[in-house]
Design a protein around this ligand. Structure first.
Ligand SMILES: [Zn+2]
Length: 313
């Protein structure tokens, strides 16, 4: 089958809801996982999210155009909801009777994760369902402003549910396009040396670390340098706070302007040569945009997968 997968928003000025978490981050994370999983099952996937658009309508039109041009069999738009902090649960919009038959199993699989079942709803008012030529659904995974939903939220589980709902099966080997380093429990000296090199944190002589797995003065001086950048106590020993900061940076979460983000923002500021204060303010934004321009990226000030790739290979 040929699927058109549309990770909602993520195309300024088309940006998603903001609640406890950002809709854009969730749709991209879940969408990327769905894409990989469908491909692993042997399906063809057309990525419908456009790189850029000057208006929200253009962003939506481009998504539909991609699906229509590629003549996908099924179009799936992935979104997350937001309302008043109390509303919660999952709903899937469908534009036709055929679409309803596709929407139902997707909804059922997501609801199995513990979300409230808000049902399959008519999506005849939704632009992307009205303007696509094939069966099309729009998934509202859960509510980004509901604490209940955000406690339940797990991108891997939701992606699995969507793929299972669409195809009736799951890849036999787990596919994780974005390995979640935040959960990495490896705290050996060897991984420490490798990750500090990856993060371009040098020793006291400005040299990369020798990856020999042996503790020593050079490694300890690089750890202290990292700790200073991350704003944690400079002990030169990789304690829990140090590993938490390292893993949080390696998780490459999407970073946006006005984000007060502690170690991750501090690290970005260090890499970009901005004053390290841990707050993504106007000066950081200008520098991020310049960095993106220099690297041939869309200068939107948002540190997403492409920008992270340029910073941490
Ligand atoms: Zn949305």
């Amino acid at each position: 089958m040929k699927f058109g997968i549309d990770s909602g928003h993520n195309c300024p000025p088309d940006t998603g809801a903001r609640g406890i978490r950002f809709e854009d981050n969730l749709t991209l994370d879940v969408g990327n996982r769905v894409i990989s999983k469908l491909q692993a099952l042997g399906h063809q996937v057309i990525v419908c999210r456009p790189d850029r658009a000057s208006t929200v309508t253009e962003s939506l039109a481009k998504r539909c155009d991609k699906a229509n041009t590629a003549k996908v069999d099924v179009y799936v738009s992935i979104h997350f909801n937001s309302f008043n902090g109390q509303a919660n649960g999952t709903e899937v919009f469908a534009g036709s009777e055929t679409s309803t038959k596709i929407a139902k199993p997707v909804l059922d699989e997501i609801v199995k994760l513990g979300f409230f079942n808000r049902g399959v709803k008519s999506g005849s008012h939704l632009y992307v369902l009205r303007n696509t030529n094939m069966p099309a659904i729009l998934v509202e995974g859960c509510f980004v402003d509901s604490q209940k939903d955000m406690n339940l939220y797990n991108p891997e589980a939701i992606a699995n549910a969507i793929v299972k709902g669409l195809t009736g099966k799951l890849p036999t080997t787990p596919v994780n396009p974005v390995p979640d380093e935040e959960q990495n429990v490896d705290t050996t000296i060897l991984r420490l040396q490798k990750t500090l090199n990856q993060l371009k944190i040098t020793d006291k002589n400005g040299k990369p670390l020798v990856e020999d797995g042996l503790a020593g003065g050079a490694t300890s001086s690089a750890v202290a340098k990292f700790q200073k950048i991350a704003g944690i106590s400079e002990t030169g020993t990789a304690d829990k706070a140090t590993w938490d900061a390292i893993n949080l940076i390696l998780a490459k979460r999407i970073i946006r302007p006005n984000h007060a983000g502690g170690p991750v923002i501090r690290y970005l500021q260090y890499r970009l040569g901005v004053e390290v204060d841990g707050v993504y303010g106007p000066q950081t934004e200008v520098t991020v945009k310049n960095f993106q321009k220099q690297n041939g990226l869309l200068a939107d000030g948002i540190i997403g997968p492409a920008s992270w790739q340029k910073l941490i290979a």
